[in-house]
Write a protein that binds this ligand. Structure first.
Ligand code: ADP
Ligand code: MG
Length: 618
């Protein structure tokens, strides 16, 4: 049944509830919708103003919240109360950002009791989720004001490298802002959609999305086939962007005009003005060759050639990342069919030219690069509203997901680079007679031993009815939904009892950590294999000891004392070598214990069968 709403401000009837697309950016955020008449995506703006809302939050002395252009004015003059780049803090612990703590001019709380970071502004403390929700609230209000209708549903974009925690945090921020977040979409996927890529089902294409924003750079390689988007690789630098260009210009001017850095430290207004002029100069030089301006009676100039030499190394770094992304995807430049340019900083001619030269192709810049992600999000929103059913969006898991099994081994259920949504299930059983509970520990990583991987969650399946060891059938299933959130379910199939949790890790991994986990797993592959073999041998030995001891205590009356003694000796000998790490020695002793128990085990088995047969005949 279609819902019909009444727009209270205009009194008109509305057929469908609107779903907006939101680009929640590190530097700028914006909202887009599919225009009801033209059916084309458009970014929302008030009259002649920009569609971009700076992702800056200012708290005044009464803790009032101001977001956007107004807040940006306080960035340098009131650094403690003006929060920028809140997106960088999403799903992060203090440890995650410690090495970059100089970057943040405001106060980040290092609180041991709370693993996720908090920010202090004015007299209050805010979580990154709350901070992002202030931006989203502002966007929601703007959209409602422009559209003259309530806005309650949204699709929000995130970088392709965002992990579960960061995606979940983004979703929570939306909820806090009063938005029902229908889908979290990858930014490069949204950008491709805005170019119409992937909307035609027959199309098969490999796309590189180059995104240079205000403070971050990333490049993603996507494959589209049958209307399915797959992120094959991503690379980048989370501390590289247009802000670095601005800083380089300020430094250049300070040297050129012989201004002491001390003066800028004291005169924050002057520092602020320099930053703003630098950004203005950079933007001007995207369309002309010379910049001339004035600041406190000083003539400021910058030529395009000067700018180019200031930013050359920055641009080179981004090309390095492109090389790595292609390498990870196992592709060469000639395999890339389309290059999509995203982010305000791709307007810089040197950036455009360098990327185009690297790929040996014209790059896409037709769609406004700082709106393209939001426009794509609006298209995705339209697809979700049921207007374009053929398209499906898929992503991949960056690291393997699995469970801890006997001896601390990692049992992978979903291997790294699996397409999501995805699911996998495997059956396990108990190790002890009458075991009523089972501890389920979920890990992420590539190493063979869970202690080398990262624990995501842990829970207990309780209430398993009493059964002998090995009889219960516990099925554990992993489901990663389209937003990249993992749900783990454990179910004992004979009794039907079950338990499930949504995995929301306490804090996220940085790109460097993911990278490190991968390189570690390669570097340690051989060592891990040996460790795994030893652990498996030990587990086998321990289980054999237990079953043999059970057998003996149940069948004492049918065994000779010599049999019991030699068995006990073999058990002791095996027990001894289980403390060591020689897997061959463990296997030898396992074999010896088996040799000793086999004859009487068979004898008793035969007589048990004979008894059963006899019983039948009566
Ligand atoms: P983010 O995705 O990080 O939120 P954006 O895509 O909005 O960022 O990009 C913001 C950056 O783009 C800023 O550094 C800004 O100075 C830069 N930028 C915007 N317009 C231009 C332009 N015409 N020329 C050069 N840089 C620009
Ligand atoms: Mg962006």
């Amino acid at each position: 049944m279609a819902k019909i709403g009444i727009n209270l401000s205009t009194g008109s009837l509305q057929q469908e509830e609107i779903i907006v697309g939101i680009d929640l950016g590190t530097t700028n955020s914006l909202v887009a919708i599919i225009h009801p008449e033209s059916k084309k995506p458009v970014a929302l703006r008030e009259h002649n103003s920009s569609s971009l809302v700076p992702s800056v939050i200012y708290f005044d002395q009464y803790d009032n919240v101001v977001v956007g252009e107004e807040a940006k004015k306080h960035l340098i003059t009131e650094p403690y109360n003006t929060i920028f780049s809140a997106k960088r803090l999403m799903g992060k612990s203090y440890n995650d950002i410690e090495t970059h703590s100089d970057f943040f001019a405001y106060k980040i709380i290092d609180d041991n009791t709370d693993r996720l970071v908090k920010v202090q502004a004015g007299t209050k403390f805010y979580s990154p989720i709350e901070l992002s929700s202030f931006i989203l609230k502002e966007l929601k209000q703007r959209a409602e004001h422009i559209l003259k209708t309530p806005v309650n549903k949204a699709v929000i974009t995130v970088p392709a490298y965002f992990n579960d925690a960061q995606r979940q945090a983004t979703r929570d921020a939306g909820k806090l802002a009063g938005l029902d977040v229908l889908r979290i979409v990858n930014e490069p996927t949204a950008a491709s959609l805005a170019y119409g890529l992937g909307l035609n089902k027959e199309e098969e294409k490999t796309i590189a999305v180059y995104d240079l924003g205000g403070g971050t750079f990333d490049v993603s390689v996507l494959k589209i086939s049958n209307g399915i988007f797959e992120v094959i690789s991503t690379n980048g630098d989370t501390y590289l962007g247009g802000d670095d260009m601005d800083n380089a210009i300020v430094t250049f001017w300070i040297r050129k005009y012989e201004i002491s850095p001390e003066i800028l430290k004291e005169d924050r207004m002057l520092a602020q003005s320099f930053r703003l002029k630098a950004e203005e100069a950079k933007k001007t030089l995207s369309s002309t060759d010379n910049y001339v301006s004035e600041l406190r009676g000083m003539e400021l100039t910058l030529t395009k050639d000067e700018l180019n030499s200031l930013i050359q190394s920055l641009v080179d770094k981004t090309i390095e990342c492109c090389i790595l992304a292609l390498k990870d995807a196992d592709l060469s430049v000639t395999d890339i069919d389309e290059i999509v340019m995203v982010g305000g900083s791709t307007r810089v001619p040197l950036v455009k030219d360098s990327v185009s030269k690297f790929f040996g192709k014209q790059v896409h810049t037709e769609v406004n690069p700082d709106e393209v992600v939001a426009l794509g999000a609006a298209i995705q929103a339209d697809i979700l509203a049921g207007n374009n059913r053929d398209v499906l969006l898929l992503d991949i898991t960056p690291l393997s997901l699995g469970l801890e099994t006997m001896g601390g081994l990692m049992d992978v259920l979903i291997p790294r680079n699996s397409k999501i949504p995805t699911k996998a299930a495997r059956q396990y059983t108990t190790q002890k007679d009458g075991q009523a509970g089972m501890r389920i520990s979920v890990y992420q990583g590539e190493r063979d031993l869970v202690k080398d991987n990262r624990k995501l969650a842990e829970f207990n399946l309780t209430g398993i009815p009493g059964m002998p060891a090995g009889i219960p059938k516990v099925e554990i299933s992993f489901l990663i939904n389209a937003d990249g959130i993992l749900v783990v379910t454990a179910k004992e199939l004979r009794s039907g009892i079950q338990q499930s949790i949504e995995v929301k890790p306490q804090y996220g991994l940085t790109d460097e950590e993911v990278e490190k986990m991968l390189t570690d797993s390669i570097a340690n592959a051989k060592q891990d294999m040996i460790a795994r073999a030893v652990t498996e041998a030990k587990t086998e030995g321990e289980q054999l000891i237990q079953t043999t001891e059970n057998f003996i205590s149940k069948n004492k009356n049918f065994l000779t004392s010599a049999e019991i003694e030699s068995t006990q000796n073999a058990i002791n000998a095996l027990q001894q070598v289980l403390n060591g790490t020689d897997k061959d020695l463990i296997h030898t002793h396992i074999e010896q214990l088996n040799e000793i128990s086999r004859p009487y085990a068979e004898r008793l088995m035969d007589s048990a069968i004979a008894m059963a047969m006899k019983g039948k005949q009566v």
